[in-house]
Design a protein around this ligand. Structure first.
Ligand code: BES
Ligand code: MN
Ligand code: ZN
Length: 494
């Protein structure tokens, strides 16, 4: 992965990146003050260039200026817009793309001499995450066959020491987001429940402060996890329940995160048509995000206990698959009638939520799931749908998610459709056909939250879990949605 270093003196004679921002109306853009280089000569040179450079200063806009025989021999003028974290993130991602055939570049961070300011930290955080996420590629080719990629970025700052923690946080966040992207992009020929559990074990190994328990089909049966078993019944590759616990000694708050981990969703007997099935290897993006966020919480030593539950199953079509009309007994005893085997996510989540409430008794409970296509219909491509009866929790989550550069939008968890959940043969109907798909799915989940009903939030993230195009720090494919927002939120709980 791209190495980012903080340095206080100029290093390479090659490319130097200078931040520029929009000027006053009708005036050319201006060079952003930086605490270190450039020297007055370069500053004057750039000031003379800007009126003719056709640069607007907008975040991510780049112009190259060649200086034959000079040191540096090339100047890149990088737009950083209004200079906040989001703008620097776009700029960092654009820089990563523009520099993909460079080996090393140096960039002067905005800032002033003297004490490091909060704005300097925000700029570095945005820059580092933009660079690391914008340069992400998922390829199954041999390492040697990969195209050359930018290997090192030196960031010029006044006081490297004062920014070291900020860079470490950005790096851990980006690394975990990249892990979630890798897991989600992996084809389902490779990725099955046991494989995914093994990846978590590998990532958690060597960390005695992380505890991992993986339940296989026998344990799931013995303890009554009927939803996970039903959904996994049609696959030759049996289901798992991953329980990963980060338990720092100084924790005062205990959060349980639950993530949907369907390693492939054919729809089951209620089989999906071709266009709807082609991307269903991503149906474990919720599990990937909560697991990666927990690994990140441990890496950053956040003083909050986080237990993550990832129910993993493959929803397949076969002679052993569960059938429409089956009645499932979930963990804890509630039963549900399922008339559509494609509404499988809520069945595995129901078990995990009920287990969390009865056995783990956390202070807060949050689930992430690629639960319904309705999420994208309502909110487009970038926002998850957030459901909660707790206004404070909803506000905090939306704020943390958006500060981290992701999107979530609160939706009505209205009781209006509760009657849709009525079943003649079971406690609940899991897949009513009346509509309000994303809301009804949330209402179904809420039935399993018991005493924690008012301390629970559900994020339906099927839309933002995947990107169809390159946009800022997102590249085509899995986005790792949720890792950044969850880490930001967990850091506020302490
Ligand atoms: N995994 C899908 C939801 C999904 C759709 C995720 C598109 C990402 C992109 C989920 O299991 C599903 O099939 N949901 C159904 C629910 C319905 C059968 C009640 C849906 O949304 O159509
Ligand atoms: Mn489905
Ligand atoms: Zn699904």
């Amino acid at each position: 992965m791209l190495a980012i270093r903080l340095v206080s003196g100029s290093t390479g004679p090659d490319a130097l990146v200078l931040p520029v921002r929009p000027g006053a109306p009708d005036a050319p853009p201006e060079v952003v003050p930086t605490a270190t280089t450039p020297g007055d000569d370069i500053r004057a040179e750039v000031a003379a260039l800007l009126p003719v450079a056709r640069h607007t200063g907008a975040a991510g806009e780049i112009r190259e200026h060649l200086r034959p025989g000079g040191a540096p021999s090339r100047l890149w003028l990088l737009g950083v817009g209004d200079g906040d974290e989001r703008a620097w993130r776009s700029a960092g991602a654009a820089l990563a793309r523009a520099a993909k055939s460079e080996t090393q570049i140096t960039i002067a961070l905005s800032g002033r001499a003297g004490a490091t300011q909060p704005e300097d930290k925000a700029a570095l955080r945005g820059l580092a995450e933009g660079l690391l996420l914008g340069s992400y590629r998922f390829r199954l080719t041999e390492a040697g066959a990969r195209p050359a990629a930018l290997a090192r970025v030196d960031v010029l700052v006044a006081d490297p020491e004062a920014l070291a923690d900020t860079l470490a946080a950005a790096r851990a966040t980006a690394e975990m987001t990249r892990l979630a992207r890798d897991l989600t992009n992996t084809p389902s020929s490779t990725k099955h429940p046991e494989w995914l559990a093994d990846q978590v074990a590998a990532a958690a190994s060597g960390r005695p402060d992380l505890h991992l328990r993986v339940r296989g089909p026998e344990e799931l049966a013995a303890e009554g996890f009927g939803g996970i078993l039903a959904v996994g019944a049609g696959s030759a590759r049996s289901p798992r329940l991953v329980e990963l616990d980060w338990r720092p000694a100084d924790a005062r708050t205990h959060v349980v995160l639950v993530g949907k981990g369907i390693t492939f969703d054919t729809g089951g007997i209620s089989i999906k048509p071709v266009p709807a099935m082609k991307l269903m290897r991503k149906d474990m993006a919720g599990a990937a995000a909560v697991l990666a966020a927990t690994l990140g919480a441990a890496e950053l030593r956040l003083p909050v206990r986080v237990t993550t539950l990832a129910p993993l199953a493959e929803n397949m079509v076969s002679g052993s698959a569960f059938r429409p009309g089956d009645v499932i007994r979930h963990y804890g005893g509630l039963t549900s009638e399922s008339t559509n085997s494609d509404a499988e996510g809520r069945l595995v989540l129901a078990d995990a939520l009920a287990y969390a409430v009865r056995e783990l008794k956390p202070d807060l409970l949050v689930d992430l799931a690629t639960l319904t296509g309705a999420n994208a219909v309502a909110l487009g491509k970038r926002h998850a749908a957030l459901y909660s009866d707790n206004d404070g929790l909803a506000t905090d989550l939306v704020a943390a998610i958006s500060a981290a550069g992701e999107g979530a939008w609160r939706m009505p968890l209205t009781d209006d459709y509760l009657e849709y959940l009525a079943s003649d043969v079971a406690d609940l109907h899991s897949s009513p056909a009346q509509g309000a798909g994303s809301v009804v799915a949330a209402l179904f989940l809420r039935e399993f939250t018991g005493d924690l009903r008012d301390r629970w939030a559900h994020l339906d993230m099927s839309a933002p879990s995947w990107s169809d195009d390159v946009h800022d720090e997102l590249v085509k494919g899995a986005t790792g949605w949720g890792v950044r927002g969850l880490l930001r939120w967990l850091a506020t709980l302490g």
